[in-house]
Design a protein around this ligand. Structure first.
Ligand SMILES: [Zn+2]
Length: 178
């Protein structure tokens, strides 16, 4: 149902029948999302639960949860960053020809004769939920911190402390070599 093209009548039928579904979707099925995520990680997926029902205006609507298991790219260090989020969504549909009703409720998605693909809509929900500049919570979690702190203009003292374990290590290695 998620991948099929649905027309307004199909949405109406599914909503009248109170269709429910629960499905795990691989991220590679969502081309726009694929451009954002860290594509080296093949296990990226989202789990979608969806219920269709008629709303108060007897128009179709869909609601549910999207659980993401995605590897995004940290905007500070460009390293992988697990993004596990639960996105709640609720979308009302309306027939495009029904102009009067669409003026009353701007939150509706109007369905033209072209129909829609539900997965495209849910992909929109995911894309709008991803923070614009997603980063590791703490700079210590970032990759290549030493290189980064140079960019960020950290004090020499901090850099010196960071480098110390490595100088200790090279001393030890030097002794082992002898
Ligand atoms: Zn980072």
């Amino acid at each position: 149902m998620l991948h099929q093209k649905l027309f307004f009548k199909d949405l109406l039928d599914h909503s009248s029948g109170k269709s429910r579904l629960s499905q795990k979707i691989e991220a590679k099925m969502m081309p726009r999302l694929l451009q954002i995520i860290n594509q080296d990680d093949p296990v990226d997926s989202v789990s979608i639960s969806a219920s269709l029902r008629l709303n108060d205006q007897l128009n179709p609507s869909i609601y549910g949860e999207i659980k993401t298991d995605l590897s995004l790219r940290c905007q500070r260090c460009l390293g992988p960053l697990e993004w596990n989020e639960t996105i709640e969504y609720s979308i009302d549909f309306i027939r495009q020809s029904d102009t009067q009703a669409s003026q009353e409720n701007m939150d509706c998605i109007s369905i033209s004769d072209e129909g829609i693909v539900l997965l495209d809509l849910l992909e929109d929900e995911i894309l709008t939920s991803i923070p614009m500049s997603i980063m590791h919570k703490n700079i210590e979690l970032c990759e290549n911190i030493d290189k980064l702190s140079m960019f960020l203009g950290s004090s020499d003292e901090k850099t010196a402390n960071k480098n110390k374990p490595f100088s200790d290590l090279s001393e030890i290695m030097g002794k082992d070599g002898n």
